[in-house]
Design a protein around this ligand. Sequence first.
Ligand SMILES: Cc1cc2nc3c(=O)[nH]c(=O)nc-3n(C[C@H](O)[C@H](O)[C@H](O)COP(=O)(O)OP(=O)(O)OC[C@H]3O[C@@H](n4cnc5c(N)ncnc54)[C@H](O)[C@@H]3O)c2cc1C
Length: 505
Amino acid sequence: MKRDGTLESLWQKTTPEFNSKNNNWNDKLFDVVIVGGGITGVTTALLLQQQGKQCLIAESFNIGFGTTSGTTAHLNTLLDTPYSIIEKNFGEDGAKLVAKGAKEAINIVEILSSKYKINNDFSYQYATLFAQNEDENKELKKIFEATIKAGVEGRWTDKIPVPADFTIAAEFAGQAQMHPTRYIAALAQAFEAAGGVIVQNCKVTDVKDGEILNINTTQGVITANNLVWATHLPPGINLFNFRCAPYRSYAAAFKLADGTYPAGLAYDMKDPYHYYRSQTIDGEKYLIAGGYDHKTGHNENTGFAFTELDAHIHNLYKGSKISAKWSSQYYESVDGLPYIGLMPGSDNVYAATGYGGNGMTYGTLAARIVTDLITTKYSIYKDIFSPSRMKPIAGLSNFIKENADAISSFIGKRLNYESIEQLAELAPGEARVTEFNGEKMALYKDDNGKVHAFDPVCPHAKCIVNWNTAEKTWDCPCHGGRYSCMGQLITGPATKGLERITIYE
Ligand SMILES: Cc1cc2nc3c(=O)[nH]c(=O)nc-3n(C[C@H](O)[C@H](O)[C@H](O)COP(=O)(O)OP(=O)(O)OC[C@H]3O[C@@H](n4cnc5c(N)ncnc54)[C@H](O)[C@@H]3O)c2cc1C
């Protein structure tokens, strides 16, 4: 299975390419077109099709191309946004509703895994959160109290699953784990078996509003009564750009010399925190660990995060060896909860985004919510996750500032090879944004030594992209637009690639 990065995740290595069997849409009017074939899109499509709706999934590349192939697939009711914060922003009842939704989502994954006999190793687990100093103790006590109040079952414990020093620890029941891409590939199969249509290599480029939506794609126009943006972030310039910030996180699968793979899910309290769990695939065991998150495009040396992760795990488990490493992107919302529901101002276009590091849970919950909204116009979660909510909370001004570092730039598009001195400094496979005659330029030297030049201005909102050394992509620090080394659009809110600059030999 291919994904939006150069490094190969453990999930990709162990999931074959999905081949669509039912990809002919024959000028049909669909009840719902779902854009995006990650966990959100595939689950939404299946639930809607099961409810008798005629659905089509349009996917730019292939099923599992996005972050669902780069996840670590913890399924949590213990969420990244602590319940103390959710309670502060949305009240006690709001926190309880969010916990209920997360529990329902995990239950959906359990039911679908069992119904379709999916080889995804779904299992319930305890999640342990551990503190390592006095400040973290205080924070953990606060989180524990709010989590229990929200309705998640938990208790204090004197054991943690990983061999790290700790001061206090709490464990929470009802968490889970699975193999994410085998799961969505099986759901996609079930969707087709139920009469659903999947069109891969089909990018949605534009949608003409109306009671009947005309959806322009790279494979022609599709018509539908409803559309769901299950693209992780809806494309184009829209309000989500100011409410969701892109982050990159790093993960790796390790083989442990002494075979002491941890039982359960575990997290420390650092910022960003480390996360750990085990996974068995076809009889092989792995420790999956990750962390080192940072805002997309704000770290020059993305490869160093893996050195740190490797060293961190080596400290805990002598003789550990990496067998796969990868990084991927997620979107953090301004008030800590995702946006799921009707796009503001529309009555037939839906979106689901801003999941943070809980998109396995929230993507599944989004499928439940959007299915209910389309089939009954009602969901108990409609208001709390509504994209139209706007909370005047303290973080908002900082958040907007963080996202407002857009600058505009223009560079001449015709350059002489000889005159670009910096080219000599690039090794094959390397890239960099550099300055030439006072203008910025993105340069990439391919493995044959040929240099390719691009306008580094992200076509989405005019920020300057940065090179991601590990995944070999150009990443935009503002809203998460990502481009291949050759400037083609891979993912994010942009709708086209980087402009190429002609270099004369
Ligand atoms: C390293 C890392 C670890 C994580 N770990 C966890 C975890 O343990 N637990 C958890 O709950 N969450 C985790 N997350 C978050 C979670 O993986 C994501 O939130 C989730 O996978 C998002 O799924 P999605 O279906 O919404 O988006 P994606 O999986 O990104 O799918 C979106 C799809 O839309 C397609 N697309 C985009 N634009 C278009 C278009 N115009 N036309 C057609 N198709 C389009 C893309 O090609 C892509 O395939 C992690 C994230 C990262 C980065």
